[in-house]
Write a protein that binds this ligand. Structure first.
Ligand SMILES: [Cu+2]
Length: 126
C-alpha cells in the first residue's frame, strides 16, 4: 500500500518537474530578444579624452563625429589653453593643472596653446 502511494506521488512529482522544466525553457527563450543582436547598435555622442602632457596635446590629432564631446585634461606641470588657431574664434581660457575643459565638436579645426604657441593640435570632424 505504502509503496503504491509513494509511486503515485513520485510519478506526480516527476510530471510536475517536467512541467516546471518545460515552462522554464520557454521563459528563457522568450527572455532572449532575438532582435537585440540583429538591430544595429545606435550610440550617442562619444566622449574623447585629450591629455595635455609634456607640452603636447595627446593625441594631437583628434578624429571625432559631429556632436562628440572632447575633454582636455591638463596633466602637465604648467597652465595651458586650447585656442582656435586661424582667428582665435574661441578659447578655453587657462586650463589649470589637473583641471579639465570640455567642448562639443562641431567642425574640423586647428587649435593651439596661446601660452605656448608651439603646441598645436587638430580636430577632424568626420
Ligand atoms: Cu600651453
Amino acid at each position: 500500500m505504502r509503496i503504491d502511494v509513494l509511486k503515485k506521488y513520485s510519478l506526480l512529482y516527476c510530471l510536475f518537474c517536467l512541467l516546471a522544466i518545460g515552462s522554464c525553457n520557454t521563459t528563457q527563450e522568450s527572455d532572449l530578444p532575438k532582435e537585440e543582436t540583429e538591430v544595429p547598435v545606435v550610440t550617442g555622442p562619444k566622449r574623447v579624452k585629450v591629455y595635455i602632457k609634456q607640452m603636447k596635446y595627446q593625441p594631437a590629432v583628434i578624429e571625432v563625429n559631429k556632436g562628440d564631446v572632447i575633454v582636455f585634461i591638463n596633466k602637465d606641470i604648467v597652465v595651458h589653453d586650447v585656442t582656435e588657431e586661424a582667428t582665435k574664434a574661441w578659447t578655453s581660457g587657462p586650463i589649470q593643472i589637473n583641471d579639465t575643459w570640455t567642448m562639443v565638436a562641431k567642425e574640423s579645426v586647428n587649435f593651439y596653446c596661446s601660452i605656448h604657441v608651439v603646441m598645436k593640435g587638430k580636430i577632424i570632424v568626420k
